[in-house]
Design a protein around this ligand. Structure first.
Ligand code: SAH
Length: 220
């Protein structure tokens, strides 16, 4: 079977389900996005394994199980449950654009920010070639978020810093949820941080231990 076959993606999704992935909207979106078209052709045969892969400049495309899990956290938020989708999404760390393409199936609009110009341009080519709808890419420092389009119902980061940047919290809508990796309390490794905004303020929850590339400031 060729990599273009939907069967290959369906098998990936069945393995993710068998390993505990529970977010059906995320899994269905992942069944529809050709991950092999987002990586170098030399790596294409590994594209449907549950592994992160290099995308250049020391960065990686996240493991499918991690993409499914991050999106699951967003779906478990009160707002997404009521809406039935992720609403207006801001993604920090476009990378090759794979996760943005998955998010596009689940949102009313996706705005994704990347600080490395060659990756921003690579992702733009991928999204155009695959006719990904409702998605806008920005080249810039995602630590600042993107205030002109705020607030966002869902904020998702694919890179982790020491803490959650204040700009992201400021740009989170009431009823919205943010999920991002950040340095663990003991300074060792990273954990997922989930933040919900309620009418009377923010609530922070900690998720599982994770391993993402570092969140860096400035552009290159
Ligand atoms: N979602 C991506 C994963 C890319 S890895 C995908 O599906 O391919 C994380 C990305 O975050 C890297 O490309 C890195 O350059 C980017 N990044 C790190 N710090 C950033 C910042 N401050 N603003 C925007 N992007 C950032």
């Amino acid at each position: 079977l060729g990599l273009d076959s939907a069967t290959v993606r369906q098998r990936m999704v069945e393995r993710l389900r068998a390993d505990g992935a529970r977010c059906e909207p995320a899994l269905q979106a992942m069944a529809s996005v050709s991950r092999h078209l987002f990586v170098d052709t030399a790596l294409a045969t590994q594209a449907y394994e549950d592994t992160s892969l290099p995308i250049g400049l020391g960065q990686t495309i996240s493991k499918p199980s991690v993409v499914a899990r991050m999106i699951e956290w967003l779906y478990l938020g009160e707002g997404a449950r009521q809406r039935g989708h992720l609403g207006r999404v801001m993604e920090i760390g476009t990378g090759c654009g794979y996760q943005a393409a998955v998010l596009a199936q689940l949102s009313s609009h996706v705005l994704s920010i990347e600080r490395l110009k060659p990756l921003h341009e690579l992702a733009a080519r991928h999204l155009r070639a695959q006719h990904v709808p409702r998605t806008q890419l920005f080249y810039g420092d995602g630590m600042l978020g993107y205030a002109p389009r705020a607030p966002y119902d869902s904020i998702i980061a694919a890179a982790g810093g020491d803490d959650i940047p204040q700009a992201w919290l400021d740009q989170l809508a009431v009823g919205g949820r943010l999920v991002a990796p950040a340095t663990a309390a003991d300074g060792q490794g990273q954990v997922l941080v989930v933040v919900d905004r309620f009418p009377d303020g923010l609530r922070r929850t900690l998720g599982e231990v994770v391993q993402f590339v570092p969140l860096k400031s400035g552009i290159k």
